[in-house]
Structure formats: C-alpha cells, structure tokens
Design a binder for this molecule. Structure first.
Ligand SMILES: [Zn+2]
Length: 511
C-alpha cells in the first residue's frame, strides 16, 4: 500500500496579477468569478464577457443580483462553465473557507480538467483566491474507497488564479493540502488495514522518502523505559505490534535539539477494553488514531516547506483491545516518570499511551510540545465538533494559538488547567487516578493528567480533537473526517509568534 499524498503535485497552479481576458478563458473548462457582495460595486464592463454576464445576471436576479450564486455557460468554443459567486469582504476566514467548499463542490461537478479563478476588485482578493485553492485541492484528493467499482480520479490538472497583485501562498497551500490529505487518508483507512504494524510500515516508508530519521520503541524498548502506562494499554493485543514511532526532521546535520515536538494519539482501534464500548460508541473507533495522523501530516507539511528548525514527531501506535491480559479498573500502573496511576476506566486509554509518549518527547528538551488526540467525549459536549479544545501549561500561548485557529479556519477554544482540578483525581492507593467514573469535565481532567508528564521547563500545548470528525465537512474540507490540526499548526508555527513565546518560557499574559 502506498500513500497517495503527492496527488496535488500533479496539478499546475499559475498566478496572474491581471483580470483574465476573453482569450484566457477560451480553452478553460470552468471559471470561478468572485464578485463583491454588493451589486452596486460590480464593474461588469471590466470583466471578461462582461456584457454577456451583466445581461444574464440581470435576467436571473434583477435587482437581487449580487446576493445569490449562479451558473451559466460562456459563449466560448469550449462552452466554459462559469460559476458567479459573491464574497463578503468582512467574512471570517472560517466562513470564507466554508463558502469556498461550496464553490469547489459546484465547480467540480462537471469534472473540469482546467479552471480559472478570478477575484474582482472589491473582494478580499488574496483571501478568497487562497480559500478557493485550499477548497479545490482538498476536494480532489483521493480518499480510501473499498467499493468494488472504483470511482474515477478527479480530472483537474490546471488552475489559473487571476487578480491578486501580491504573491499567493501557493507552496504553503500545497504543503497544507498534502499534510491534511495524509491525515484524512490514514484516518479513513479501515481498522483491519491500519493496525499499528501497517501504520508503522507506512510512516517509516514516508520517512525514507522525506529524509527523516525513524526509530521505533517496541515493547522491549518501552519496558526498558518503564513505560508502564503505554504498556498497560497494549498488553491485551495478541499482535504485540504497539509502540512509539519517533521521527526526526533535521534541516541541518548539526541540529540535535528539536525546537518543536509533535505528539499524536494513534489508537488504531478502540474497543474500550474491559470497559467495553457500546455498539454506538464503538462504531467509527478506527478513527481514534487521528491525532497521530495530524501530527504526521503537520510534520509532512512543515518538512515539504523545508522549515529551518528541527522537529521531532512521536506517534503513539496501539490498539485498545479486550482480552484476558487486558488492564482493569483498580489496577495500579507505574509510568516512565515514576507516577503511579490507579486505573478507573479502560476506555481512557488515550491519556495512558500519551503519558509515556509525552514524557519521552520531553526528554529531548524541545522548546514546545504540541500533542493532538481524539481524547474525550467531554470536549465534544463542551464545544460540539466545530471547535477543538485547547490547553497549555503557558497562559501566554493560549491567545496566539486561538488567533492561529481563527486565521486558519481550524478553530480552537481554551479551557482552564488550574491545579485544584487535581482534587478530583485523588487516589487512595496511588499518586493519581487515571480519570473519574462520573467523567465530569473529563477533557480538563485528561489535560491535568497529561500535564504531570511534562516538566515545567517545557512549553506544552494539548489539542483535544473534538473537530476531528464533523458531519458534511468543516471549513474548506469536504469529508466528515477533517484532519483538523494541520492548518492550525502551520499557521501557529509559521506565521504566529508561537515558537518565540514558547522559547521565552514566559508565563505572563503578554500576547
Ligand atoms: Zn477510549
């Protein structure tokens, strides 16, 4: 099995500062014309086929033109389909990306091989063009399908963007698309195709292609590290294929110390363990590895952009099985940092595998650790599947991360992490309880639990991926599985102040 993450590399993307001429559109299959929302602002005369379009607009919507998207065929030899849409200049990035998802769906219905996009003056030109590119590329990425009749691959080969005077972030958009595609593709794979062994094989192959170093901590290595929390989860697996895959991106040979560590929960199937899930809750549990896929997708995107800092990526690969060897409520487990944990509920396995993975990641002394995990139902109750939960041991990181979420359209919202929540995790027999039976505020308790495995000197962000699966897609992503986190991470790390704030180890509310 090979990963089709390079799909968008085959699509040529050109940028032209001016409006397209009639000639430019003659041989295109489709044309997206993005106009300002107010009809009065539309300068039809300066648009290609302007007179024709003005007439059509008036005939269809009369005074209402400027509000509702519409479609027609241009009088070109090719019969170019044109989709006319109206963009609100004040729209949030999320709303803009959501609108672009609808445009992409409409444009791709007729399977075009080539498309032209033009954002007219009066629109937020670069923003709408970039949103359209993200949406189009996300929509044509092939996702796993196991139907006996395969769906044909999207035909799109070429996109021409018109109207932006400043340089569009085309390389960044391609990299984000590839990272997100990888995350969605892996998450969609059925559980019988992506067990820890196959996952490890695929990720190691990718590492080889991308020039990353890879090492795997199997059961023996984890026993040596006394990673009892991780091993408690995998002890019910007959296959003995669970473990931690450690990938290293090093832009320069002498880079030893990682600036950034990306950590992901990779539970390839979650039965709940001895505390077995109900049928309804278990359905879809092959997606419980999405956090690791997002960590890997983020690493891929940053590596494709050849960022100049070293990155570690840690994938906690396991299955939470049911079996006679499985860990049980009231067991007491010792994690790699010496913490003794009283088990309460075997379905809280995510925090168990992450605990040791985070502790190992922190030993390499990165400036910042970001972990991603489909961790708690409580986070979905709190935020729905539209937002993901944000936690940090540095208050100063909450504001820039929330802002990065807003700008990328992958929205996160901060939760408290005060020490007194630990009262709820007090154990009579061990240092801490794994969770509570009542599971009140479980997303906060899970974050408090994980925080114990990160030394105070290391800045840490935890993303509880409640938006990992949103029915009908989210922002520009058209599939239920969103791969949420890749865009957010890129925004935060590349354009935000995240890494400098983290490196400053400041705990003040200064951002
Ligand atoms: Zn679980």
């Amino acid at each position: 099995m090979s990963i089709p993450y390079r799909h968008v590399e085959k699509i040529t993307i050109n940028q032209h500062p001016k409006a397209p001429g009639v000639r430019d559109l003659a041989s295109r299959d489709g044309f997206l014309l993005i106009l300002p929302k107010a009809a009065a602002k539309i300068d039809w005369q300066n648009l290609p086929h302007g007179e024709f379009l003005a007439q059509r607009a008036h005939k269809r919507h009369g005074a209402m033109s400027g509000t509702k998207d519409w479609e027609t065929e241009l009088p070109t030899a090719q019969g170019t389909r044109v989709l006319v849409v109206y963009a609100e200049a004040s729209a949030t990035p999320f709303d803009q990306l959501t609108a672009a998802r609808g445009w992409a769906k409409q444009l791709l219905k007729t399977e075009p091989g080539s498309l032209s996009l033009y954002a007219a003056p009066g629109t937020d030109v670069s923003v709408v063009l970039e949103a359209s590119l993200l949406a189009l590329l996300a929509a044509v990425c092939p996702l796993p399908s196991r139907k006996s009749t395969a769906e044909p691959a999207a035909r799109l080969q070429r996109i021409d963007c018109y109207g932006a005077k400043t340089k569009l972030r085309i390389d960044g958009i391609r990299a984000q698309t590839q990272g997100n595609h990888l995350a969605r593709w892996l998450t969609l794979l059925p559980g019988n195709e992506l067990r820890p062994a196959e996952y490890r094989r695929l990720a190691t192959k990718l590492a080889k292609q991308q020039g990353w170093q890879a090492s795997f901590l199997d059961r023996r290595a984890l026993t040596r590290h006394q990673a009892g929390a991780f091993l408690a989860v995998t002890q019910a697996s007959d296959a003995d294929d669970g473990g931690i895959l450690h990938l290293r991106y090093r832009p320069k040979k002498r880079d030893k110390h990682p600036k950034l560590a990306l950590v992901g929960k990779g539970v390839c199937f979650d039965t709940g363990g001895i505390n077995l899930k109900s049928a309804k809750s278990m359905f879809g549990m092959h997606e419980d590895m999405e956090g690791s896929a997002v960590a890997l997708g983020s690493l891929l995107a940053l590596s494709l952009l050849k960022v100049d800092f070293a990155i570690d990526c840690w994938l906690a690969l396991a299955e939470n099985h049911i079996g006679p060897q499985g860990y049980k409520p009231n067991d007491v487990i010792t994690a790699s940092n010496g913490t003794r944990i009283e088990i309460v509920h075997t379905d809280a396995e995510g925090r168990m595998v992450l605990a040791d993975t985070l502790a190992l990641a922190a030993r390499e002394k990165p400036d910042l650790i970001i972990d991603y995990a489909t961790l708690t139902g409580a986070c979905v109750y709190a935020l729905s599947t539209r937002y993901s939960g944000l936690f940090s041991n540095r208050d100063a990181l909450l504001a820039p991360m929330t802002a990065a979420g807003r700008r990328s359209g992958e929205r996160v919202w901060p939760f408290p992490l005060d020490a007194d929540f630990d009262d709820m995790l007090k154990s009579d027999i061990a240092d801490i309880k794994q969770c509570t039976i009542e599971s009140e505020a479980d997303h906060i308790l899970a974050a408090r639990f994980l925080k114990r495995f990160i030394p105070e000197s290391c800045a840490w962000i935890h993303i509880d991926l409640s938006a990992g699966n949103h029915k009908g897609g989210l922002a520009h992503i058209p599939s239920d599985i969103t791969g949420f986190g890749v865009g957010l991470t890129m925004q935060a790390v590349l354009e935000g102040t995240m890494l400098s704030v983290a490196a400053g180890n400041t705990d003040t509310e200064s951002v």
